[in-house]
Write a protein that binds this ligand. Structure first.
Ligand SMILES: Nc1ncnc2c1ncn2[C@@H]1O[C@H](COP(=O)(O)OP(=O)(O)OP(=O)(O)O)[C@@H](O)[C@H]1O
Ligand SMILES: O=P(O)(O)OC[C@H]1O[C@](O)(CO)[C@@H](O)[C@@H]1O
Length: 333
């Protein structure tokens, strides 16, 4: 009997999810599977919202942002009884393999489905946050960096013109990968990410000290701070007010928000998506289950799904050191 593979996208959408769906569908079709897509993450499993996918539907898709399968969060999926319903629906549809493209939360949900469903489950990391342990990069991360950097470049233009302070808030949930990369690539003056953050008043003093030193040597200056979301007590507006109170300069907030989730994926995300989707179908054909496809040192690897949320991914030492040297501690001997 023909085997049936289904794919869904879950959690925050990320540029490159469509490129990954395409790779999964083309490879699975080639391997002889019937292929379906569930809509709106795990909600699709509960509501039986399923569409047939084939090569024809994958035409002209690789460059498109968003996800043709739509994405969503599904809080009720945390309940065992609800997952049982999903398992019953998967069985009724004759699904053998489920590929979940999402973040570590989605992998947690996928793994929990095993309690009720004996089918094969494979995860592919897709999130702009890059906060999934076991992989160097997640699909969507590189595009989000580009989006943030191009916005910060523009902020820098007006900051320079008016000799102003700006605080640009970037996404990342509770991780600093996006903030750190965006700050390094845009030559920000200061970066506030969870991994480097110790104390609000100490950070404010460092910012003040830097601005004074630069004013003394250059006169009026512009200053761009990159802030990771969910970090500063009471958010970006509170930080702007505190910077203004501490330095005597006006500080303007810019929240990049969901802009970072959109747009056509950059080549790095497309290539990662294509490789990961192809590898996931290879694993499906080998009956390997309960793993995430990862990329480590440019090699595709498998990582037990549980490890992806049980272990916390850390920011590289090199990035932290560079950030301190070129930004936060630049004027400290
Ligand atoms: N502990 C859990 N048990 C069961 N399901 C879960 C669990 N954690 C998350 N999920 C499911 O996964 C969905 C997505 O999780 P989450 O909102 O954490 O996003 P994510 O996959 O980590 O991606 P991103 O961080 O990019 O948004 C949740 O809405 C829920 O349906
Ligand atoms: O789109 P929502 O549900 O507001 O979620 C926002 C969160 O999703 C992400 O964009 C991706 O996880 C995070 O960076 C952000 O904290």
């Amino acid at each position: 009997m023909t085997k049936h593979l289904a794919v869904l996208t879950s959690g925050g959408d990320a540029p490159g999810m469509n490129a990954c769906i395409r790779a999964v569908v083309l490879n699975a079709e080639r391997a002889g599977y019937d292929v379906s897509g569930y809509l709106r993450g795990f909600n699709g499993l509960l509501d039986n919202e399923r569409i047939t996918l084939n090569a024809e539907r994958m035409h002209n898709l690789i460059q498109q942002g968003g996800t043709i399968l739509h994405s969503a969060r599904c809080e009720q999926f945390r309940q065992s009884a609800v997952r049982k319903q999903a398992a019953d629906n998967l069985n009724a549809a004759g699904i053998d393999t489920l590929i979940v493209i999402g973040g570590d939360g989605s992998f947690h949900g996928a793994h929990a489905l095993k309690e009720h469903w004996p089918g094969q489950i494979i995860g592919i990391p897709g999130t702009i946050d890059n906060d999934v342990d076991g992989t160097d990069a997640t699909i969507g991360y590189y595009t989000a960096i580009e989006t943030a950097v191009s916005s910060i470049d523009k902020v820098r233009d007006t900051a320079d013109a008016f000799d102003r302070v700006f605080v640009v808030e970037v996404m990342g949930r509770h991780a600093g990968f996006l903030g750190m990369s965006a700050a390094l690539a845009s030559a920000a003056d200061f970066v506030l990410v969870p991994e480097l953050f110790e104390d609000a008043s100490a950070s404010l003093q460092q910012i003040k000290q830097q601005i004074i030193q630069r004013q003394q040597s250059r006169g009026p200056v512009s200053y761009v701070i990159v802030l990771a979301e969910n970090l500063w007590p009471n958010g970006v507006n509170a930080l702007c007010k505190q910077v203004a109170d501490t330095t005597g300069l006006e500080a303007k907030p810019v929240t990049l928000g969901h802009v970072q989730r959109g747009g056509s994926p950059v080549s790095q995300d497309r290539i990662l998506a294509v490789k990961s989707g192809t590898f996931a179908v290879d694993l499906a054909c080998k009956n390997i289950s309960d793993v995430m496809v990862g990329i480590q040192n440019d090699r595709l690897v498998t990582v037990p799904l549980e490890e992806t949320w049980q272990n916390q991914k850390t920011l590289g030492q090199d990035a932290c050191k560079t950030a301190l040297h070129l930004m936060n501690q630049r004027y400290i001997d």
